[in-house]
Write a protein that binds this ligand. Structure first.
Ligand SMILES: [Zn+2]
Length: 272
């Protein structure tokens, strides 16, 4: 069954150019981010669902009195995000024009995410408990923004749809609404608590580091950030953030290996 599903996805990917099922959402930048993805749901549909889910999250947080309680922290996070947002142009020209939103939930949780279409949420615990520097916050935001730029959630849902049945694939590809039917049921898990693949994670690290550097934040903070993450994952209950973004020594090594590529971008940004 697994083989059959895999074969179905491969077949679609090979035959899809005519149908528009396989595409890349980004151009490569300096770090190379133009892998082809299977896309069976439209961006518009997902962005709409994302905006609704985000609005619900905001109103729930507001009702509990935990939305943007710390004005200084909010201003800090928004300032960093606003320097990263224009840099997204290097990967996709449409992204600087997204309806970006940045908010902070007051919580002990260590978490942050950027939903499809640029809806960013940071949980205050991540910043206060790990004592993140501005550079480290930029790395976190850059990483999360990269997931949105590459539309990893959309690709993941598309694969789930493709795995369901050959009829489902056909219906979605030809716009017969199978995608919409599945999209209605995605909700929280798929958009907020997405568990990304190792490939997605590595890609988000690479792109996020380039965004960080281009925005004039020190990409070497990627190393210290993940060292802090590894440390916190070793004691007690692992934070929510780490269930979707495993902190591993290999991750730090990959980031270190990428520094020669992104440091010149940082130096150039600082010089401007
Ligand atoms: Zn991630």
């Amino acid at each position: 069954m697994l083989t059959l599903r895999f074969a179905a996805i491969v077949t679609i990917c090979l035959s899809a150019p005519a149908l528009g099922g396989c595409e890349t959402t980004t151009s490569g930048g300096s770090v190379g981010a133009d892998r082809k993805q299977l896309m069976l749901i439209s961006s518009q549909e997902l962005d709409q669902t994302s905006a609704q889910t985000y609005a619900k999250l905001l109103s729930d947080a507001s009702a509990k009195g935990v939305l943007n309680r710390d004005q200084a922290m909010l201003a800090r996070v928004r300032a960093i995000a606003s320097r990263l947002e224009p840099q997204t142009r290097v990967f996709r020209p449409d992204a600087p024009g997204w309806r970006w939103e940045v908010n902070v939930i007051n919580s002990n949780e260590l978490n942050a995410f950027c939903m499809p279409g640029g809806k960013i949420m940071v949980y205050s615990g991540l910043i206060s408990q790990l004592r993140l520097t501005d550079d480290e916050i930029a790395v976190v935001l850059g990483h999360e923004i990269a997931h949105a730029l590459r539309e990893h959630s959309r690709a993941q849902m598309s694969q789930a749809i493709a795995a369901q049945s050959a009829i489902g694939i056909g219906a979605a590809l030809f716009g017969l609404g199978q995608g919409s039917a599945d999209l209605a049921g995605v909700g929280y898990q798929a958009l907020i608590a997405t568990r990304f693949s190792r490939t997605d994670e590595a890609e988000a690290d690479r792109m996020g580091l380039e965004l960080t550097a281009r925005a004039g934040y020190d990409p070497r903070a990627g190393v210290t950030l993940w060292q802090k993450m590894i440390q916190v994952s070793q004691g007690g209950r692992p934070p929510e953030f780490l269930s979707s973004h495993p902190a591993e020594a290999s991750r730090v090594q990959e980031i270190q290996a990428l520094l020669p590529t992104v440091m010149p971008l940082y130096t150039a940004a600082r010089g401007r």
